[in-house]
Ligand binder design. Structure first.
Ligand code: HEC
Length: 147
C-alpha cells in the first residue's frame, strides 16, 4: 500500500514535469503561422478585380445617361427640366477647355464643388474607386472623339 502511494506521487510529479516541458516547447509552433497566412492574400485579389472600364460603362448607363444622354450631347430624357443644361461632351472646344483633374473632381464631388450647377450630382461612392473615375473620364473623352 505504501509503495503504491509513492508510485502515484511519482506519476503526478512526472506529469507536472512533463506538462512544464511541453508548455516550454509550445511557443515554437505559432511562429510558423505567419507563413501560412501569406497564400491566403492571393485568392482575395480577384474578388475586387472587376474591370473598371466595364464598371464605368455601367455607371454611365445607370446614373449619367438620364441627363447627359446616350450620345453625350446633354440631351438625356432628364435634361429638359435642367437649367443650365448638362454639358455637350461632343464639343471639341469644351473638351479642350477642361482638364482630366477637373472632370474627376466634378464626377466625385458634383457640380456644386467646382462652382457649377449643383444639379450635376456628386458620386461619393467613387472616392475609393479612382480607376473607375479614370474610366468615366475616358468615357467622356471618347464622346469628344466621335463626329
Ligand atoms: C440630374 C442630372 C445629371 C446627372 C444624373 C449627371 N449630370 Fe453631369 N451635369 C449635369 C448638369 C446640369 C451639368 C452642367 C453644370 C453646369 O454647367 O453648371 C453637368 C455637367 C457635367 C460635366 C461637365 C463639367 C464642366 O466643367 O463642364 C461632366 C464631366 C459631368 N456632368 C459628368 C457626369 C457624370 C460622369 C455623371 C454620371 C456619373 C453625371 N454627370 C450625371 C447634370 C447631371
Amino acid at each position: 500500500m505504501r509503495q503504491e502511494g509513492i508510485y502515484i506521487v511519482a506519476m503526478v510529479a512526472c506529469l507536472v514535469a512533463f506538462g512544464c516541458t511541453s508548455k516550454e516547447a509550445a511557443p515554437a509552433e505559432p511562429k510558423e503561422e505567419p507563413a501560412k497566412a501569406e497564400p491566403e492574400a492571393a485568392p482575395s485579389e480577384p474578388v475586387a478585380a472587376k474591370d473598371p472600364a466595364v464598371e464605368a460603362q455601367e455607371i454611365f448607363q445607370a446614373r449619367c445617361l438620364t441627363c447627359h444622354g446616350a450620345t453625350g450631347k446633354g440631351d438625356g430624357p432628364g435634361s429638359a427640366a435642367l437649367n443650365p443644361k448638362p454639358r455637350n461632351y461632343t464639343s471639341a472646344e469644351w473638351q479642350k477647355s477642361v482638364t482630366d483633374e477637373h472632370l474627376k473632381q466634378i464626377i466625385v464631388e458634383g457640380g456644386g464643388a467646382v462652382g457649377l450647377s449643383p444639379l450635376m450630382p456628386p458620386n461619393p461612392d467613387l472616392v475609393d474607386k479612382p480607376q473607375v473615375v479614370d474610366a468615366l473620364v475616358a468615357v467622356i473623352r471618347n464622346f469628344g472623339n466621335q463626329k
